[in-house]
Design a protein around this ligand. Structure first.
Ligand code: EPU
Length: 461
């Protein structure tokens, strides 16, 4: 940990995120191929879940390494403060969380956008304090994003829930303890699986969760809970048995490199006909993505220290359907649209996880030479009907490449669309991007990273 001098401003890794307002903007234009090396940051969609798991432990503090400096973590730490927790964050990306300070029962977010994490703290807070008040979730506008599976799942552990306008009030039915449960998720939801896994770890006895999501970040969460002494077994195709009770985490835990950031940077490299080595990128969480890149004609070289992505030949179109892991991840969908935009011919994206994750296409069309380069429809892929069939959700996109991006101004509609906007801008004649908050909630210093690879890009906050 780097010591601070008394005259230094206190270290705040979230400064840019906090300063972004409605006047902030990013300006970028094409400046040749991206080249060089960039280090992957820790996973945004893992760090907050690890904090939730840490709160379920019985030791005095937990150390989390390789935390990403993203706005989403800033929001989660604010939730921790509302519980009375103290913590320290060091420049070398270590978070020490004093979990013995957990004294309050209100998990309240004051941030304008919020995130999806508050409800994941329900199990630990209930098991330690017996009641909880939880802010309703925020997060990106990519669909209705109900939390009914979380709530029904929590009820199955003996939790009473009263819904208020901005929050949920929770307490325990019997004897002020969580009891074990057998619950089948209606759909393998990432957040609900994580929530119920953590809750089951707090409940004394064996719980069974069926139809779970098993994304790489959830496997990591399982590993961390096992390290803390929770007995967890997996059953095919996607069930978990969890024997919970008192558990404690002694050593530090480490956040894995962010597969969405890695895919986003890889795509930026390929679209500029570049050659970029992403240090710390791991092969396994990216197998589907790497297969798609190879099928499109992109170059991939896998090494033990990271992965090199490089342009080899004119990219070919591809069709993808987003699915739960190990299918093509919905979070890669928006950056992937920009890769498809540089292929020669028609590509298709069938989004089956979120019903409204295509808002960004109308923004991209504003800066496309042909205003109909990105075309959205409410049908399913004929060969592959999904749960949104006949419900009139715009969840099928056609991308007619190659697309040339001209001058213009666009808005970011959601976090991953934010990176798609950056990528389009570094291919363009000059684009201004506004509404930056969600981009910096999910990516660590995206402008700095692209700049270090040779992009002409700047942020004004
Ligand atoms: N769903 C329900 N009810 C629930 C829970 C989910 O109907 O109680 C539905 C959702 O509406 C959606 C589907 O189930 O249609 C899947 O949602 P899921 O619960 O898996 O998503 P999440 O936990 O809210 C996380 C990530 C998302 C990522 C999805 C899918 C975090 C903080 N967020 O969201 O990440 O897209 O899983 O992989 O982990 C992002 O990083 O940009 C992002 C949106």
């Amino acid at each position: 940990m780097t010591p601070e001098r008394l005259t230094d401003k206190p270290f705040n890794p979230f400064e840019t995120y906090e300063r972004i307002d409605s006047d902030s903007f990013i300006e970028a234009k094409y400046n040749g191929s991206l080249k060089g090396e960039v280090v992957a940051s820790g996973t945004k969609n893992m760090v907050s879940k690890v904090i939730a798991a840490a709160l379920s432990c019985d030791n005095s503090n937990v150390q989390i390494e390789n935390i990403p400096f993203v706005g989403d973590l800033d929001i989660t730490l604010q939730l921790c403060r509302s519980l009375g927790l103290t913590y320290s964050v060091s420049r070398d990306k270590k978070l020490t969380l004093n979990i013995e300070d957990l004294k309050n029962y209100e998990v309240i977010s004051n941030s304008e956008q919020g995130n999806r994490v508050a409800i994941l703290l329900a199990g630990p807070v209930l098991s330690k304090i017996g009641r909880a008040v939880i802010s309703k979730p925020g997060g990106c506008n990519i669909g209705e994003r109900k939390i009914d599976y979380h709530l029904r799942g929590l009820e199955s552990f003996g939790v009473n829930i009263i819904e208020k306008q901005d929050s949920y009030e929770l307490d325990l039915k019997d004897g002020r303890r969580l009891h074990p449960s057998h619950f089948k998720l209606p759909f393998p939801s990432v957040g609900a699986t994580e929530n119920l896994l953590i809750t089951a770890s707090c409940a004394e006895g064996e719980s069974v969760l069926e139809n779970c999501a098993l994304e790489p970040e959830i496997i990591e969460l399982i590993k961390i809970l096992q390290m803390s002494g929770v007995i967890i077994k997996t059953f095919a195709p996607n069930s978990l048995s969890i024997i919970g009770g008192k558990h404690s985490l002694d050593g530090p835990v480490r956040i894995i490199p962010d597969r969405v950031e890695i895919a986003s940077l890889a795509i930026a490299a390929l679209t500029t006909k570049g050659d970029v080595f992403i240090k710390d990128a791991q092969h396994e969480p990216l197998i589907n993505f790497i297969g798609c890149v190879q099928e499109m004609g992109g170059g991939v070289e896998i090494k033990s220290e990271g992965i090199r992505f490089y342009y080899k030949e004119q990219l070919k179109p591809i069709n993808i359907t987003t699915q739960v892991y190990p299918g093509f991840p919905t979070d890669f969908q928006q950056p992937m649209a920009i890769l498809m935009s540089q292929a020669n011919g028609k590509s298709i994206i069938h989004e089956t996880i979120f019903e409204n994750r295509f808002l960004y296409f109308s923004e991209l069309n504003k800066i496309s030479e042909n205003r109909h380069s990105f075309f959205v429809d409410d049908q399913c892929l004929e060969t592959d009907p999904c749960r949104y069939q006949n419900l009139k959700y715009p969840h099928l996109a056609q991308i007619n490449g190659p697309v040339a991006f001209r001058k213009g101004e666009i808005e970011i509609t959601d976090l991953r669309a934010g990176f798609a906007a950056l990528n389009a801008a570094i291919l363009s004649d000059g684009v201004i991007i506004k509404n930056l908050k969600s981009l910096y909630r999910g990516y660590e210093d995206p402008v700095g990273k692209l700049k270090s690879l040779g992009a002409e890009i700047d942020i004004r906050v």
